[in-house]
Design a protein around this ligand. Structure first.
Ligand code: NAG
Ligand code: NAG
Ligand code: NAG
Ligand code: NAG
Ligand code: NAG
Ligand code: NAG
Ligand code: NAG
Ligand code: NAG
Ligand code: NAG
Ligand code: NAG
Length: 579
């Protein structure tokens, strides 16, 4: 029997007195399905489908990622009231696979004298028996004046270790556990790292700071996680860099791609120090445990003057060791490029970059490789594969059989005879400028060649991800560029073109790229993850099903695309409390 036969609401049945009541139920059910089962999140084409983002409002730094009792926990700097920065709390979500998230209630809110103005960034450490403790920065007015705000470090523990979702957190009675030491301005003293344990059984952690223009990672030690003492020398510092935000310090294996527990050290281990100022800079070095100092492998690649995690938008990143799959995973904040007014009207701002696995590049032993975590495969839908396609001079070819604004594209291009490459001096200082001045629409020799993503049929809107091979004065190089200049017909957007480069050895015969496209974010992983570039784009027409993928070559030398796998991606369900 039909539960609510449509005849019940028809004219003929009006005489029956019970019917208006049934109709009411009928409509209530309909209303429920229409309005309550659909998440009441803002709907717009720029929202992402498989990247992390809150249901609404402003987000910035990733905080305290960890694995606890089978759940991945992710916290983030979040303003519960608006799509602009302010009133910073710790938003909280959990996931079984780092893709499908369930939002929970906020974990930390400003409600103590030492964090009255905000619960700022920090980390999670799995302490004795794997029990988590959060370290974070409280922002307050402790020094008896409304306008003098200070930063202090504080702890929070789960109220119930038995709850795998860790819904409730309590702040330590001993907070703040660390206040700014003598000689350090308390306005520049923040973002405690995950702690690690030394051979002496003491915990160690870093706090970001600066003295004059010397950026530094201050080192603290503790026998019990509650009482912390500053070491005389910082773990590391670099003059001329300014404030070091969000330091991250972790071991990497010199022999494989597995991740290591943050406390690992010794034989077979190198360490990575990452700090944030304008961009996320890192350096690989040796952690000298005898005196708790850090020595970069190459002083010319020290923090801030050498390598970046990402050459586009990527900031305040934080890694954690995933003991479940023995890997180190990295989250990074990717902000908007459309301005504050647009954010307010959208009702939200910022996404997190897709989680990346990080490990040491064995070809250099002093740089890292980044790669999207394998869980992305669970979202793969239909795919198109192509082998051996020649891209002739000036060609622009649509990739048939694939469309949409959610893609995972992987391709390899064979390099032609590189002696033909144009002469162009490329350096770390000018790579972005070279990508920008020359752009995708320039006629070069070996490149520009690559992809147009989020493109309209008429190519009026497109984001170009491309390579250019050049003969630089200190050797052959390949530029990797992400050109946003024609990404949208809309104006008032930051359409900066990003770029970086890699040395080409004579024996290298191909270049590869993987591109993740998700409505308003494009992430490029070039050369097996040596160079990453993240950009935000807001096409007006190249949205949803209208978005196309093209291959192009604007160089004079034909390029053979060796292989292509392009996949459409499903969206990941994100649900839970409107945190
Ligand atoms: C924080 O929220 C309060 C109450 O909603 C508001 O008055 C205040 O201006 C906010 N502060 C910031 C920095 O956004
Ligand atoms: C890492 O090692 C420390 C010290 O041995 C231990 O307490 C902690 O639980 C380990 N963490 C993880 C994620 O395995
Ligand atoms: C800090 O500010 C709050 C309100 O903004 C005020 O009530 C409190 O007295 C201030 N604390 C100090 C130490 O000045
Ligand atoms: C910072 O500047 C002060 C005053 O000029 C000086 O005494 C101090 O040594 C400097 N510190 C560093 C780390 O350069
Ligand atoms: C840092 O660099 C500045 C100028 O570049 C110099 O004046 C200052 O002495 C340097 N400080 C240290 C601690 O080396
Ligand atoms: C730490 O030890 C290393 C190796 O013995 C040494 O080169 C370095 O100068 C020391 N650093 C400090 C700050 O003592
Ligand atoms: C956020 O984006 C704007 C505009 O695109 C940029 O100028 C700014 O530096 C970014 N901020 C951070 C912290 O990345
Ligand atoms: C990197 O380190 C490994 C292990 O120590 C070594 O076998 C390899 O030759 C090194 N590679 C380079 C490029 O230095
Ligand atoms: C290739 O170059 C031509 C001429 O400069 C330009 O019109 C076209 O837009 C370029 N193609 C791409 C994909 O940028
Ligand atoms: C690239 O080559 C130049 C010149 O040989 C060299 O100085 C530089 O260290 C190389 N860069 C990398 C990342 O290997």
């Amino acid at each position: 029997m039909q539960l609510f036969p449509s005849a019940l609401c028809s004219d003929q049945s009006r005489a029956n007195m019970a019917l208006p009541f049934l109709c009411l139920i009928c409509f209530s059910v309909l209303y429920y399905f229409l309005f309550f089962t659909v998440p009441s999140k803002p709907h717009n084409v720029q929202r992402v489908a498989f990247h992390f983002q809150p249901i609404k409002n402003w987000m910035n730094d990733p905080n305290g990622p960890m694995l606890y009792k089978g759940y991945y926990h992710f916290f983030y700097q979040w303003n519960p009231y608006a799509a602009v920065w302010g009133n910073i709390t710790w938003g909280h979500a959990v996931s079984k696979d780092l893709i499908r998230w369930h939002h929970l209630e906020v974990a930390l809110i400003p409600n103590q004298w030492y964090d009255l103005y905000g619960c700022w960034s920090g980390s999670a450490t799995l302490v004795e028996e794997g029990k988590p403790i959060i370290t974070y920065t409280g922002w307050s007015n402790a020094s008896h004046s409304e306008d003098h705000k200070v930063q202090m470090q504080a702890l929070a523990m789960p109220a119930d270790y038995g709850d795998p979702l860790l819904r409730k957190w309590v702040k330590a009675p001993g907070n703040p556990i660390i206040t700014a030491p003598q000689g350090i301005d308390s306005n520049f003293f923040r973002d405690p790292t995950t702690a690690w344990k030394g051979a002496d059984g003491k915990w160690r952690m870093l706090v970001g700071s600066k003295e004059n223009m010397t950026g530094m990672a201050l080192l603290y030690r503790s026998p019990d996680f509650l009482n912390w003492r500053k070491a005389i020398t910082p773990l590391h510092s670099v003059n001329g860099t300014g404030m070091w935000e969000c330091p991250d310090f972790y071991p990497v294996s010199i022999s494989d791609t597995y991740g290591l527990n943050t406390s690992a050290y010794g034989q077979g281990v190198m360490h990575v120090l990452k700090v944030s100022f304008v961009h996320d800079y890192y350096t690989v070095g040796t952690y000298i445990t005898s005196n708790d100092t850090f020595l970069p492998v190459q002083s010319n690649l020290d923090v801030g003057i050498g390598l970046r995690y990402d050459y586009g938008k990527y900031y305040a990143s934080k890694s954690f060791f995933d003991a479940n799959k023995n890997r180190r995973i990295l989250f990074g904040w990717v902000n908007e490029s459309d301005g504050e007014a647009a954010d307010i009207s959208k009702g939200w701002a910022s996404v997190q970059a897709f989680p990346r696995k990080v490990w040491l590049d064995k070809e250099t032993n002093c740089s890292l490789l980044h790669w999207p975590i394998e869980e992305l495969e669970s979202l793969h839908r239909s795919k198109v594969t192509l082998d051996s396609v020649s891209l002739w001079k000036g060609s622009v070819t649509v990739v048939e059989g694939i469309k949409g604004a959610q893609l995972d594209v992987e391709a390899t291009f064979d390099l032609p005879e590189i002696n033909d490459a144009e002469i162009m001096d490329v350096s770390a200082e000018n790579a972005q400028l070279m990508c920008s001045e020359k752009g995708a629409s320039r006629n070069g020799v070996i490149g520009p060649f690559g992809f147009l993503v989020l493109a309209t049929d008429d190519e009026m809107e497109h984001t170009a991800i491309f390579f250019v091979v050049v003969n630089s004065k200190d050797g052959w190089k390949v530029l990797v560029c992400s050109d946003q200049s024609r990404s949208s017909l809309a104006t008032n957007l930051d359409k900066t073109t990003y770029g970086s480069f890699s040395n080409l050895s004579g024996s290298q015969t191909s270049v590869s790229v993987r591109i993740l496209v998700d409505n308003s974010i494009v992430e490029t992983f070039a050369l097996g993850g040596k160079i990453c570039i993240t950009s935000r784009v807001y096409p007006k027409n190249a949205v949803g099903e209208a978005a196309r993928l093209f291959l192009f070559n604007n160089g004079t030398v034909p390029i053979r695309m060796n292989s292509l796998i392009a996949r459409e991606l499903a969206g990941a369900k994100i649900d839970g409390i409107e945190s």
